[in-house]
Design a protein around this ligand. Structure first.
Ligand SMILES: CCCCCCCC/C=C\CC(=O)SCCNC(=O)CCNC(=O)[C@H](O)C(C)(C)COP(=O)(O)OP(=O)(O)OC[C@H]1O[C@@H](n2cnc3c(N)ncnc32)[C@H](O)[C@@H]1OP(=O)(O)O
Length: 323
């Protein structure tokens, strides 16, 4: 390999009016002054090259497979976050912590956008892990709820664009995760999606409700929340709970990518500020009531009637699974 003989050259007009006062006093003064002027530019150039080198390993590090969440960046610069907690991606404390950390990684690495999906062929996420709420250790329950709030703040209020490729059932907390994204493509079939909390004898928190009211109409949301409606894929499309029906997971991911491509020509800062302003109200509401929300969750868990409902629900799930 050869080396460039001339890699940077500057020709100075030593007779230029701006240089005359110094060149008349000292030989090569014009060249010296031009060199001084170039130093900051070269420094910035070197910084940019070094920054680019530093970014490359961290982008690679994102590809490393975490046990419960897999985060990879594809060739288009889109981050794909895959939930992989068998059998049904129920959101326990560990999974929530990993989602939270992965959302930080996506934000840091300035990806073009993020697609949330699942490694299960039939379940996007079964929602909150009921075992975190049934006869819980209160200290853990507090951390569990705080982490869920964190995940919602980071996902609903992300400055990067988000889309959900819903490749299976998405009840309760699973529905919340997908509604917190900006776009939803759901695989057609026998899958269902919705906030079914009342069926379990529990009440979805206000911020779950707010998220739904900002996805489908207020009227549809009230009906759905009070009746614990689980929407079929066709019903979900009709009321705009999802944006598109996909043939399979790959198609759902492609549809999400097409959505993210819409932002290619939109200046990212303008897009992000617009999104955050649109979502400001529910975010501020939870920020101001965050502690009260945690306390409400904890006292709800201490209610014997709630524990009884959860026990019956767990039994019903186990019986269904055993069939
Ligand atoms: C601040 C104010 C107060 C706040 C109040 C609290 C508000 C709580 C808010 C949100 C609540 C939730 O998110 S609760 C969770 C609701 N989720 C559900 O109701 C879904 C239940 N699951 C299903 O319907 C089905 O499992 C499925 C459709 C998602 C998948 O069906 P499939 O046939 O594929 O799988 P199985 O049913 O056989 O299940 C396999 C296995 O997983 C266990 N399971 C299922 N869901 C959960 C869950 N959510 N948590 C824990 N475990 C779950 C199921 O029991 C089976 O276990 P076994 O194999 O051991 O029998």
């Amino acid at each position: 390999m050869g080396r460039a003989l001339v890699w940077d050259a500057t020709c100075v007009d030593s007779l230029a009016a701006s240089h005359l006062p110094s060149t008349s006093q000292k030989a090569a003064a014009a060249a010296e002054s031009a060199q001084m002027l170039k130093r900051p530019k070269m420094f910035l150039l070197r910084q940019a090259v070094s920054n680019a080198r530093q970014l490359a390993p961290s982008v690679r590090a994102m590809s490393s497979k975490g046990p419960l969440v897999d985060l990879t960046v594809d060739n288009d610069g889109v981050a794909i976050m895959t939930l992989q907690r068998p059998p049904v991606n129920s959101l326990n404390l560990d999974l929530l912590k990993e989602i939270s950390k992965s959302l930080d990684d996506v934000a840091k690495n300035k990806s073009r956008g993020m697609i949330l999906t699942s490694s299960s062929p039939t379940v996007f996420s079964a929602g909150l892990d009921i075992m975190e709420m049934y006869k819980p250790d209160m200290k853990r329950a507090e951390e569990f709820w705080t982490t869920l709030q964190d995940v919602w703040f980071k996902l609903y209020g992300s400055s990067f664009a988000t889309a959900a490729a819903i490749n299976g059932h998405a009840p309760a907390g699973g529905c919340l995760l997908s509604m917190s994204c900006e776009y939803r493509a759901m695989v057609g079939g026998k899958f269902t999606i919705g906030l079914n909390e009342t069926a379990l004898g529990i009440v979805a928190p206000k911020w779950f409700m707010d998220t739904m009211c900002r996805t489908i109409s207020m009227r549809q949301a009230e009906l759905a929340l009070t009746t614990a409606k689980m929407f079929t894929v066709d019903e979900a499309l009709k009321c705009e709970l999802i944006d598109e029906i996909a043939t399979d997971k790959a198609d759902a991911i492609n549809k999400c990518k097409t959505f993210l491509k819409k932002f290619e020509k939109i200046p990212p800062l303008a897009r992000a500020i617009t999104k955050l302003k649109m979502r400001e109200e529910p975010i501020k509401n939870l920020q101001t009531s965050r502690q009260a929300d945690v306390q409400e969750f904890l006292s709800f868990l201490k209610n014997p009637k709630v524990q009884q409902s959860l026990e019956m629900y767990i039994q019903a799930l186990k019986q269904k699974a055993a069939k």
